[in-house]
Design a protein around this ligand. Structure first.
Ligand SMILES: Nc1ncnc2c1ncn2[C@@H]1O[C@H](COP(=O)(O)OP(=O)(O)OP(=O)(O)O)[C@@H](O)[C@H]1O
Ligand SMILES: [Mg+2]
Length: 245
């Protein structure tokens, strides 16, 4: 069912995501996004970067409908996010996986319970939940750790659990908001590698970070947020673009 949505032939030729002239201001005198436009094609891996306060988290929050745009529109898989009804919340939940800097795990739940939660919320049968959870834990290198409580895990392991939870519903788009911000440099590289593995399976990835060392690891599309707009950075100039960050 979810596979069907992800590979819907009628959707195959359109971008996964379009921000079209988006304005967002938390205070009228201080807009964060000022006519922000950006298109992400199916299967892209994109870094979003820019200085603290530039609006990286804001644009992700708009996308998963934690905030509303003031003007403009966001199209996700051809549907306007701001116009989704309450009934469409499962559509976003199923098709967007999100990973945060601070993991946002339920600490007294086991790894299995944390990872299975999105599928339980969607009402999937327990048998299917267990099967999927087992698969994704293997993929993130935590096979056999399912019965441990989240609270006993290291930071890197917690982030692996959070990534497993984000991909368990086979989303079309994986969002990450500073997912390596709480990890040491080597763990950050490992976690980026995990995102790359997931990307290699066909998932579109949008990875917000201001860690310039990650941008230098492999050539990827880099978009900088500056004064409320998005700018694509030419290959090789990623470091320069972040000079002010
Ligand atoms: N809920 C809110 N209410 C009011 N202002 C907010 C709110 N959330 C964010 N802001 C402001 O909007 C601006 C953009 O914040 P945002 O968190 O999107 O930036 P960011 O690029 O993610 O920064 P960082 O790199 O520090 O995470 C900042 O000036 C911030 O203070
Ligand atoms: Mg942020």
């Amino acid at each position: 069912m979810r596979r069907g949505q992800r590979f819907d032939p009628t959707a195959a030729d359109r971008p996964v995501l379009v921000f079209d002239g988006v304005f967002k201001a938390y205070r009228p005198d201080c807009p964060v996004l000022r006519g922000f436009s950006l298109t992400i094609q199916r299967g892209e891996f994109m870094f979003v970067t820019g200085p603290s306060g530039a609006g990286k988290s804001t644009l992700l929050r708009l996308l998963y409908a934690a905030e509303q745009v003031d003007a403009g529109r966001i199209l996700f898989l051809g549907r306007e996010v701001g116009r989704l009804t309450q009934d469409s919340v499962p559509f976003l939940r199923r098709n967007i996986g999100i990973v945060f800097q601070d993991f946002k795990l339920i600490e007294n739940f086991t790894v299995l319970e944390n990872v299975g939660l999105p599928l339980q919320v969607l009402g999937l049968p327990e048998r299917v939940v267990n099967l999927r959870v087992g698969e994704v834990l293997e993929r993130v290198g935590l096979g056999g750790r399912g019965h441990e409580r989240a609270s006993v895990l290291s930071g890197g392991e917690k982030q692996r659990v959070a990534i497993a939870r984000a991909i368990v519903s086979e989303p079309a788009l994986l969002l990450a908001d500073e997912p390596t911000g709480n990890l040491d440099p080597q763990l950050a590289v490992d976690i980026l590698g995990l995102f790359e593995d997931i990307h290699a399976t066909g998932v579109t990835v949008m990875f917000a970070t201001h860690d310039r060392s990650l941008l230098d690891i492999r050539p990827r599309r880099v978009v900088v947020l500056d004064e409320g707009r998005a700018f694509d950075v030419p290959q090789g100039l990623e470091g320069a673009a972040l000079g002010a960050a």
